[in-house]
Design a protein around this ligand. Structure first.
Ligand code: ACM
Length: 674
């Protein structure tokens, strides 16, 4: 893919420069599309963008496309500052959509499109509304600054997704996420061609949807934080307008503590119950032997399936620890009576009962990979979170399968690590084609134990865009450096959709600094990363009621400055003769020394007390790094003092749940200089 693109792009430049002329010295144009289309060639020139820009729609009237065109104009105005009005103007982009998609969006739709941009105009063609929506997003990403203004890069694009199911899970339970959080993330999802919002709506910490049939669900199970039915309908409509399905998850039979606060009779164990204020795997669980439970679920699911038009309904099914089932003699007797050897068998029985209820409402069941068990009803979809093996097993056994393992955004992994995970990687790669075809795609998961409305966007974006590329683009699109190059641009563009991953950062620094100066503090935070996976909050006494306003919350999951420094160190170690790289690195280290000294004056606020040792660590790393660089240049072996060794080791360790992202690179430099 990249080969073709590079060749065609340089041919175009050569043709433009004049037949037979030597290729000009200027670099071939590079696009910053994300996800990368299936096929793209960049052509010479660009379509100027000015205040008269207008979109012309051809084909059957489609109000959804008309609204999308309006949003495109608003976005272009935000991105460029050009006051484009929504009416009048001169059509510069013609959208030819053959068929208006109606009814609930299905799991597999034709989302293909072609887009041709020339200096004289652009034409977007698509067989359905979905393809046209995706193509409009591509068009927006082609806008770039040119001398004298903005223009759309001339290009020829043929595009279609690799996987039909490209999702993001938003957990509204562990921390409450108001409507605007969901809506702005839907806009950003659409911008990178995601098409499923997996909405995690109930868990031990909260039940987040209004039920009229069982009002104690939200009445006692939500602290007052729940979506009204009108709000659910609005969000479903908002998503559908952007070509995004909403798959609700009501996690059961475990993760149901919030249900049991209001309806303790559904429980396998004794109440009373309270909302969980911490997280993990808890014992409270529904009683799978109780007809009362199935009667309840029958009425509850009947109510919810009206609210959620999608054909799929997620029942969770994860992390049933079985403690309360084993402790209940009636449940143990039931298991024996029905010849069930294990609690897994009992859960499978529960799943079959629930699947039957869902089927009566025309819904297909999805569950986490724990549901993959003998007797799982045909047609069910398995979402693999515990590994890739269950994905392949599910597909082999005839089930649709979705990969989430490797896409947990709350792990705070760098984008590159998620990017390297492929839904058809490892185990699934060996499947026969007909089983491979059952792998529908993937979903990234934004579990909300450690995020609030203020920080969730920076935990989703921009890394989600790299994962979206994995789900959409050809499997051959794997150049990590090029991904990061484009991600930097797309992250900025995404803010025009309303997400706040960059906008919310400065206010967080101001709060940390008690409204004092934040210059050096900001540069320190730029070099920090939250501890990875589930290593945060190991201290005692942490609850979901605490505000998440520390340094760890201001730090981004991935430090761009840290990554850049690490790359420079590695380049230097690979090519020690490169003097330019050394000088640049020395400049950086000297600036860190100054900043580390200055930041101590900015760390007086009470929210920064725990993080104070980071300033010393930063200073040590800068000083030791300079010494190592000097020794490296002179090829004189470096010997650190005992104090320096200790400081360098300390700098590798997390403080206040954050790590100094540049410490490992400085250690590599030191080790190479010894
Ligand atoms: C899960 O992370 N328990 C699905």
């Amino acid at each position: 893919m990249r080969f073709k693109r590079a060749v065609v792009a340089s041919l175009a430049v050569a043709a433009w420069a004049g037949l037979g002329a030597a290729a000009p010295a200027q670099p071939a144009p590079a696009n910053h599309l994300m996800p990368m289309p299936a096929s793209v060639t960049l052509d010479a020139g660009s379509l100027p963008l000015d205040a008269r820009f207008a979109v012309k729609l051809e084909g059957p009237a489609d109000p959804r496309l008309a609204r999308a065109a309006g949003r495109l104009i608003d976005r272009l105005t935000t991105l460029t500052g050009i006051p484009i009005v929504r009416t009048g103007g001169v059509p510069a982009l013609t959208v030819v959509c053959a068929r208006r998609a109606t009814g609930a969006q299905r799991a597999v739709e034709d989302e293909s499109y072609s887009l041709r941009v020339t200096p004289g105009g652009a034409v977007l063609r698509a067989p359905t509304t979905y393809g046209a929506l995706r193509g409009l997003e591509t068009f927006a990403q082609l806008v770039e600054q040119v001398p004298g203004g903005f223009a759309v890069q001339a290009s020829t694009i043929e595009d279609r997704p690799r996987f039909p199911w490209r999702g993001l899970l938003i957990d509204a339970c562990r921390h409450w996420m108001p409507v605007e959080v969901v809506e702005r993330n839907l806009d950003a999802m659409a911008a990178v061609k995601l098409n499923v919002l997996h909405w995690h709506l109930s868990d031990d910490q909260g039940f987040r949807v209004q039920s009229r049939v069982f009002p104690r669900l939200q009445g006692k199970g939500s602290d007052g934080h729940f979506y009204t039915q009108a709000e659910v309908r609005d969000i479903v409509r908002y998503a559908a307008d952007r070509g995004i399905r909403v798959v609700p998850e009501f996690d059961m039979p475990a993760h149901t503590q919030s249900w049991l606060v209001g309806y303790p009779a559904l429980s396998a164990g004794k109440g009373p119950f309270e909302l969980a204020r911490t997280w993990g795997v808890f014992d409270p669980v529904l009683d799978p032997t109780s007809e009362r439970v199935y009667a309840f679920l029958g009425r509850f699911i009947a109510e919810m399936t009206v609210l959620f038009p999608d054909a799929y309904f997620h029942i969770g099914g994860d992390e049933v620890n079985g403690v309360q089932w084993d402790a209940n003699p009636a449940i143990v007797a039931f298991r024996k009576r029905h010849g069930m050897a294990t609690n897994d068998d009992l859960q499978a029985y529960f799943n079959r009962r629930v699947a039957r209820i869902l089927k009566a409402h025309g819904k297909t069941m999805i569950g986490w990979d724990e549901v993959l068990h003998e007797g799982l009803p045909k047609g069910a979809v398995v979402q693999s979170w515990r590994g890739q093996k269950s994905l392949a097993d599910a597909a082999r056994a005839g089930f649709g399968a979705i990969l989430s393992n490797g896409y947990y955004l709350d792990y705070m992994w760098p984008a590159s690590r998620h990017y390297a995970v492929d839904p058809l990687g490892k185990d699934a790669a060996a499947l026969p084609d007909e089983a491979k075809a059952r792998i529908l795609g993937g979903e990234a998961c934004m579990w909300a134990e450690w995020v609030t409305p203020e920080t969730i966007d920076s935990r989703i974006w921009p890394r989600m865009a790299a994962i979206a590329e994995r789900f959409w683009s050809p499997a051959t699109v794997t150049d990590t450096a090029d991904m990061y190059r484009r991600l930097a641009v797309v992250s900025r563009q995404l803010e025009a959709t309303g997400v706040r991953q960059r906008l919310d950062h400065e206010p967080m620094l101001d709060r940390l600094a008690n409204d004092g100066p934040t210059g050096s503090l900001g540069r320190l935070v730029d070099l920090l990363e939250p501890v990875k996976e589930y290593n945060r909050g190991r201290g005692a006494g942490i609850t979901s009621l605490m505000p998440l306003v520390g340094v760890v919350d201001a730090a981004r999951p991935e430090s761009n400055a840290g990554r850049a420094f690490g790359l420079r160190v590695d380049a230097l170690l690979a090519d020690p003769a490169r003097e330019a790289g050394r000088e640049q690195m020395a400049d950086t280290l000297r600036r860190w020394q100054d900043d580390a000294r200055a930041v101590k004056g900015e760390m007086g606020g009470p929210l920064l007390r725990d993080a104070a040792p980071l300033a010393d660590a930063w200073q040590s790393v800068a000083e030791i790094g300079l010494r190592a660089l000097d020794a490296f240049a002179r090829r004189a072996p470096l010997t650190l003092t005992a104090d320096e060794e200790q400081a360098l080791a300390a700098a590798q360790k997390p403080v206040a749940d954050v790590s100094l992202a540049v410490a490992p690179a400085v250690k590599r430099l030191v080790d190479a200089s010894r």
